[in-house]
Design a protein around this ligand. Structure first.
Ligand code: Z5A
Length: 224
C-alpha cells in the first residue's frame, strides 16, 4: 500500500493554512499517526504546498504572487502553475507516496480549475489536459474544501496587511473561483469533502477531524 494525498482547497482566507497545521498536530496527538506507523502502513507525515513545494516552485511562487514588472498573461500564469505542479509531483509527491508517507498539501489541481478556469475564463478542456500532463494522473485521495463566502475570506486576508497579486483581483473574479470550487465538489462528492469554513476555527476543525477520522478508517480500518 502506498501513502495518501490529502489536499486543502478553497478561496483566500478560508483557513487552509490554519486547519492544515491543526490537522497535522491532531494526527500526532490523536495517536492516528502512531497507529498507522506501528502497522507499517505509513512512514512519515509530510506537509507541502502549491505553488512553492520545491526549490524551483519557490521561485515560481515568487513570480506568480509578487511579479510587478509587467502583467502576467493568463496563459503564461496557467503554464507557470503547471510547471510548479509537474516539478512538485515528480520531485516530492510521488516519491513521498512511494515511501508510504501521508501528505497534507495546501492546494493542488482543483485550484487551477477554479482560478484559471472559472476565474480567468481559460478553456476547461485545456486545463484538464494540462493538469493531466503536470500530474501524470496523480489525484488527491481526499480534498477538504473549506467553503466560505469570498467577502469574509478577503476581509480576513486584508486584515493581515498587503494583498498579493491574486488577492487584489476584483470581487467578481473571486466569486467565479468560488463557483468553480462549488461545481467541483458537486462533480466529485467522494473525493471532495465540503467543510463549512464560516464557523469559528475550533468548529471548522471539528468537522475536519470527523471527516479525517472517517476517511482514515475507510482506508486503514478502525484505530485501535
Ligand atoms: N493558485 C492558482 O491561481 N492556481 C493554482 O493552480 C494554484 C494556486 C495551486 C496561492 O496562495 C495563490 O495561488 C492563491 C491561489 C493561486 N491565490 N491567492 N492569493 P496561497 O495558497 O499561498 O494563499 P491563499 O490561498 O491566499 O492562502 P491564505 O490567504 O493564506 O488563506 P488560507 O491559508 O486559506 O487561510 P489562513 O492563512 O489559515 O487564514 C487567513 C486568516 O484568517 C488568518 O489571519 C487566520 O488567523 C484567520 N482565520 C482562519 N480561520 C479562521 C476562522 N475560522 N475564523 C476567523 N478567522 C480565521
Amino acid at each position: 500500500m502506498s501513502g495518501r494525498l490529502i489536499v486543502f482547497e478553497g478561496v483566500e482566507g478560508g483557513g487552509k493554512t490554519t486547519q492544515l497545521e491543526r490537522s497535522r498536530q491532531w494526527l500526532i496527538d490523536s495517536g492516528w499517526l502512531a497507529f498507522l506507523q506501528s502497522n507499517g502502513w505509513v512512514q512519515q507525515l509530510v506537509v507541502t504546498r502549491e505553488p512553492g513545494g520545491t526549490n524551483l516552485g519557490q521561485g515560481l511562487r515568487q513570480l506568480l504572487l509578487h511579479a510587478t514588472q509587467e502583467p502576467i498573461q493568463d496563459r503564461a500564469e496557467l503554464l507557470l502553475y503547471a510547471a510548479d505542479r509537474a516539478q512538485h509531483v515528480e520531485g516530492v509527491l510521488r516519491p513521498q507516496l512511494t515511501q508510504k508517507n501521508l501528505i497534507l498539501c495546501d492546494r493542488y489541481t482543483d485550484s487551477t480549475i477554479a482560478y484559471q478556469g472559472y476565474g480567468r475564463g481559460l478553456d476547461q478542456v485545456l486545463i484538464e489536459q494540462l493538469n493531466q500532463i503536470a500530474t501524470n494522473g496523480l489525484q488527491s485521495d481526499l480534498t477538504l474544501w473549506l467553503d466560505l463566502d469570498v467577502k469574509i475570506g478577503l476581509a480576513r486576508t486584508h486584515q493581515r496587511g498587503k494583498a498579493d497579486r491574486i488577492e487584489q483581483a476584483d470581487l467578481n473574479f473571486h466569486e467565479r473561483v468560488q463557483q468553480g470550487f462549488t461545481a467541483l465538489a458537486q462533480a466529485h462528492p467522494h473525493r471532495i469533502a465540503r467543510i463549512n469554513a464560516t464557523q469559528p476555527e475550533a468548529a471548522v476543525f471539528q468537522e475536519i477531524q470527523t471527516t479525517l477520522s472517517d476517511r482514515l478508517t475507510e482506508w486503514y480500518g478502525k484505530k485501535e
